[in-house]
Design a binder for this molecule. Structure first.
Ligand code: FES
Length: 103
């Protein structure tokens, strides 16, 4: 298996987002990763959907590893910023971060 540079987890559950908006984000993420050339090569990104990430409010919730950055209230527009600014350019979208993994 080729290595991944990052892993993105999207909650598709119904407690953090009543309409389970994470499901649409998960589909959108695939298109954005392809558009930004992040599906293959050294910047390859793995995406996964999770039924719950244990937050259960303020969602949809998106977590990016290995940095351990957790985003809340992710809209389609914010997801696009996360992909372009964080995943592609390496700049965390600070104003949308609600939790950081402790080193
Ligand atoms: S349902 Fe999304 S974090 Fe629990």
């Amino acid at each position: 298996m080729e290595p991944y540079s990052r892993h993105v987890l999207i909650c598709t559950g119904g407690f953090c987002s009543n309409e389970r908006r994470g499901r649409a984000l998960y589909a959108q993420l695939a298109k954005l990763l392809q558009r930004e050339d992040l599906l293959f090569g050294p910047r390859r990104v793995k995406r996964s959907e999770a039924p719950c990430l244990g937050v259960c409010g303020g969602g949809p919730i998106v977590a990016v590893y290995p940095e351990g950055i957790w985003y809340a209230g992710v809209t389609p527009e914010l997801l696009e910023r996360i992909v372009v600014e964080h995943l592609r350019d390496g700049r965390i979208v600070d104003e949308a971060v609600f939790h950081r993994l402790q080193p």
